[in-house]
Design a protein around this ligand. Sequence first.
Ligand code: HEC
Ligand code: HEC
Length: 107
Amino acid sequence: MNVKDAFHAKKHDAKEIFRKQCSSCHIDAGKGRKGIELFNADCIMCHNYGKTASPVSVMRDIPEDKLKRGIEEGVKGSSMPGWADTKGGPLTKEETDSLVEFIKGLK
Ligand code: HEC
Ligand code: HEC
């Protein structure tokens, strides 16, 4: 982790990113957005070159159903939380689908 401030000084559970004190920076900018705009607001701080998680160019090769499951349910043991509103995250099915479409290059 590169950020050194009160919010990022210690290790957090992946889900904590949805909490109020974190969502102002991590989630709120993505509200009402879809596709690339949603990705740039909520995902790119971790999913980019030189960051902790794979950039879009790498995720693009993941089969669509696996990609969708990864976003909705998260990745156990990593800082990737499940983003689906059915899993306690902020994203509707429609929003998740828009991310899959963007990552796969369909839109
Ligand atoms: C003031 C804005 C702000 C707040 C509040 C904030 N973050 Fe962040 N966070 C950022 C930014 C910006 C980055 C990306 C930093 C980078 O690109 O190196 C980031 C990155 C992260 C990362 C990814 C680090 C990595 O390199 O993989 C995690 C995990 C994280 N934040 C968790 C949290 C948690 C949990 C909270 C609440 C306790 C929180 N953040 C609150 C702005 C914030
Ligand atoms: C706080 C950091 C962080 C944020 C924010 C984040 N991710 Fe992740 N993500 C990870 C990590 C770490 C992994 C596990 C390592 C990897 O697969 O690159 C992961 C894994 C994934 C996977 C599974 C990849 C695979 O190989 O199966 C997908 C898909 C994914 N993320 C999409 C997203 C999307 C879309 C968003 C925005 C809604 C997002 N992530 C937000 C950190 C993050």
